[in-house]
Design a protein around this ligand. Sequence first.
Ligand code: G4P
Length: 528
Amino acid sequence: MSQKLKSEIARRRTFGIISHPDAGKTTLTEKLLLFGGAINLAGAVKARKAARHATSDWMKMEQERGISVTTSVMKFNYRDYEVNLLDTPGHQDFSEDTYRVLTAVDSALMVIDSAKGVETQTEKLMAICRMRNTPVITFINKLDREGMSPLDLMADIEEKLQIECAPLAWPIGMGKRFKGVYNLYRRQLNLFTPGQETRNQDILTIESLDDPRLDELLGSQADELREDIELLEGAANPFCLEDFLKAHQTPVFFGSAINNFGVRELLDAFVELAPPPGPRMTETREVRPDEEQFSGFVFKIQANMDPMHRDRIAFLRICSGRFQRGMKVRHHRIGKEIGLNNAIIFMAQDRSNVEEAWPGDIIGLHNHGTIKIGDTFTSKEPLRFTGIPSFAPEHFRRVRLKNPLKVKQLDKGLTQLAEEGAVQVFRPLIGSDWILGAVGVLQFDVTMERLKNEYGVEAVYEGIDFAAARWVDCDDRKKLEEFERKNQANLARDAEGNLTYLASSEWRLGYVQEQWPEIVFHKTKEHC
Ligand code: G4P
């Protein structure tokens, strides 16, 4: 058994894509799934995104098609590897889930638009990867268009994301002059034919850059490539696996997702370099994936897949041991044993009952209101995985009830929605309102829709003059009390009773932090 466990772990890769909207995440995802043999999927990921853009009433659409659960985890095989690609929602469905998904992966793939360089959402997502030292592989996309020079792109990444770049491939020209990519380590030339979406590309192994075939194939660009490579040998960082695994360095690839160019190379390197599931910290000890005991934690809850049954699915990442259908596990927070008979596993387009799963895999559990984000399940030992936090909200709304008699329902609804991570709720120290906080504004629409449909609460939002939040604490009780007294108008308690400072702007937050050096302002908060 332990040998089987070890080999299943070794062949698993669980990752997410980080990118700014429009960099090419959807296109790349589709190509990766195509290589993974989910051929009938061509167009499906794209279609979902297009439909979502086109409709304002996206909730209904999700309900009707049950799509988002199946695309939340995309499992596929590639060579001998089992790959779990976790969706990191972008565009208008950017939310706290996007951040939290990154706490459940072992590595990330960063997609950068070659014309735009590093953009804001990528910076935010990289900050989350940095929290757990998640190794990141970079794919610079859209080389078939004019963009920034490769050196400038790498300098931009190094400067904005504070990570060293090590090119593993080098592009030859760009835009109309884009000829292909030279693989620096395999010394192979991969030639680009525009519009060719096939899986097989012309790959030529070049023993030396002096090879005259280079001139035949690339014309004057052969010399440009030679100069670039010479320059790189002096200037660029050599790739170091250890630095990559420590998240100090990112290997860089170039290509064009839409043309399926450079994607296979990327995927080959990804499965070879990216780490298998590793150990994870709990409050009491580190858990190794090859421990016989089953353990896992919930990082996402997806609701409303079936409005008739208020179906909710909790996504659990397996951290150690083997999952078997029907096994009994302890739900430690509520102190109960539960049988996992109907857990689901997500294949590219389907979901089906899972018989067996291994560390790195994601399984879906039916949740009837007893599962919270951060909950840990194990076969025996009481454990609590750490590092699945809440993230400081950036958008805020005040909730006003239309019917004051529904106060109880509102309280219940908001408390449950907060437990599921759909939205964060705060009670100001002064007044009796609810203030909602979110990382992405769509979370507010989802919350309102669910309050109405699931809890029968009619409410409206009012704008509120807050733009940043931090959880606060201080070792010195007296100091904290003084802070509380003097800042009452800006303080609230979250769903778990933690004191939170709400600021009207980042500037104002910085100012208060300077004024109160003894108070610690936290950008993330562990669930408890
Ligand atoms: P996202 O999920 O990161 O938001 O990006 P997505 O893949 O949807 O790509 C955004 C746009 O960039 C799409 O164009 C897509 O076709 C285009 N794109 C992706 N990869 C490449 C590439 O390698 N080269 C070029 N030139 N374009 C690329 P769109 O016009 O928004 O959509 P569509 O009409 O093409 O579907």
